[in-house]
Every structure is written in C-alpha cells, then in structure tokens.
Ligand binder design. Structure first.
Ligand SMILES: Nc1ncnc2c1ncn2[C@@H]1O[C@H](COP(=O)(O)OP(=O)(O)OP(=O)(O)O)[C@@H](O)[C@H]1O
Length: 230
C-alpha cells in the first residue's frame, strides 16, 4: 500500500538503550523524510552512532519503536531485518569496511554478487560506480594499495551500487584530511541527490554536516534540536 508523501520514511520513537549502566539512548525520537540528507551531530559519546545503528536495524533498542516505510523494525525477525539491510540499506563507515583480499572492483561488485547478479553484470555495474566516484583508476588494486580518500570513495560506491533507499554513514570522512573529506562528501551528496537516496550521516564536523539538508543534535542520548531547516 502506498504511503502518503508527507509520512517520514524512517522514524525513531522514544528509544531507550543501555549498555550495562551506560544509558546510550534516553528517549531519542527522530524522523527522516524520503530523499533528505540528515546529519546527526553532537558531542562524543552522546549516542549518535547508537541511534544510527538502531535506525538501521543493527541494534535493537530496549524500548521504543523504529519504523521504516510504515513497518516496525522491532517486530521483524532477525532474518527479516538482515534481508532489509541487504536490499534497502547501504552503509559507509569510518574504517575497514572493504574486504582486503578483493580488488576495489570486486569489493563494489560483491553486494550485487550476493544478491544473485552474474559476475559480468556485477562487475560492469561496479565499474560504472567507480567511475562515478572518480576512482576508476584503483579498480584493479586492493584497498591496501589505495589511499584513504580513494578507499572511502570505493566504500561509497559499494554502499550505493545496489540502489539502496537509505544510506547510513557513520563518520565517513573521520579518517580523512579536509580536502579528501570534502571530495567524499561532494561525491556522496551528488550521487544521493541523483538517485533520490535518503542519507543519515553521523559527524562531529560542521563542514561535513553543511552538506546535509538538516541537522539534528544528539545530547545525552536524546535528540535535542531537530527540524532546524537550513
Ligand atoms: N557496545 C557498547 N558497549 C558498551 N558501551 C557502549 C557500546 N556502544 C556505545 N557505548 C556507550 O554508549 C554511549 C553512546 O555511544 P555512541 O557511540 O553512540 O556515541 P557517539 O555520539 O557516536 O560518540 P562518538 O562521537 O565518540 O563516536 C557512550 O557512552 C559509549 O561509551
């Protein structure tokens, strides 16, 4: 059934999550609309990554509800949640998401291969995405032979190659110098806008958040400032 256009694509409602005695989320609520790019900001340890992981169905909150496209993530089985992550979501992290033994091309082709695409088709599509992210020259290299900035652009290509509806990015430029960080953000933003992909981004850098449509500030496990339109 089609959802009304104004309904948010992703919602977190009153999330609580503790790790032992650490209260990581304390009544966190958030809404993300289809096609928007939202930056989660806030001090270190405030709960940004935990909130991102709950929205992406990687972590299950102790209480509260995460909704995606009108479905309740907490009501799904583990298998349903992992299928959703594989088919609808893409991920970019700060470090280590590429398989070191595979070439950059094979890394980008991997999610397509896992969804059943032929090797040839997957590699053709992967090569297009490497081109788009301006890293076609590292296609045959292993990630260890690429620079940090190139590696992150390969990671963005890998996150987008399956045509996800949402990309979750946790400090995607955190390990890069400012020039490379800007380049990753420029290309990620352009690709997301072209394809209408929703992006939820965790960053502590204002110049990275400046690429987003909207910023939400997480403090003490709660979203303190939301809907601050840019
Ligand atoms: N797996 C875990 N086990 C125990 N404590 C955790 C775990 N993950 C997060 N925490 C704690 O939960 C709180 C929130 O962590 P989280 O990583 O969400 O913060 P953050 O805002 O993303 O921080 P940073 O900007 O430093 O990455 C912190 O106090 C952190 O130490």
């Amino acid at each position: 059934m089609a959802r009304p256009a104004h309904e948010p694509l992703l919602t977190a409602h009153d999330l609580h999550l503790s790790f032992g005695s650490t209260r990581a989320l304390d009544s966190a609520s958030l809404q993300v609309h289809a096609g928007e790019m939202l930056a989660l900001m806030g001090p270190s340890g405030s709960g940004k990554s935990t909130l991102l992981h709950c929205l992406a169905g990687i972590l299950t909150p102790d209480s509260g509800r995460v909704g995606y496209a009108g479905r309740d993530l907490s009501a799904m089985s583990d298998a349903e949640r992992s299928a959703l992550r594989r088919t609808e979501f893409g991920f970019v992290f700060q470090f280590g998401q590429l398989v070191p033994e595979l070439t950059c091309l094979e890394n980008v082709a991997l999610p397509l291969r896992l969804s059943g695409a032929s090797r040839r088709e997957a590699q053709r599509h992967a090569a297009e995405w490497l081109e788009r992210l301006e890293v076609a020259d590292v296609a045959g290299k292993r990630p260890g032979q690429a620079s940090g900035g190139q590696g992150q652009r390969v990671a963005v290509a890998r996150a987008l190659v399956t045509g996800p509806r949402v990309v979750f990015a946790d400090e995607p430029t955190g390990a890069l110098d400012s020039l490379n960080g800007e380049r990753v953000m420029r290309l990620l933003t352009a690709a997301a806008r072209d394809t209408g992909t929703t992006v939820v981004l965790v960053t502590h850098e204002a110049r990275v958040a400046a690429y987003s449509d909207r910023e939400a500030v997480v403090r003490d496990g709660r979203v303190r400032e939301q809907e601050r339109a840019r």
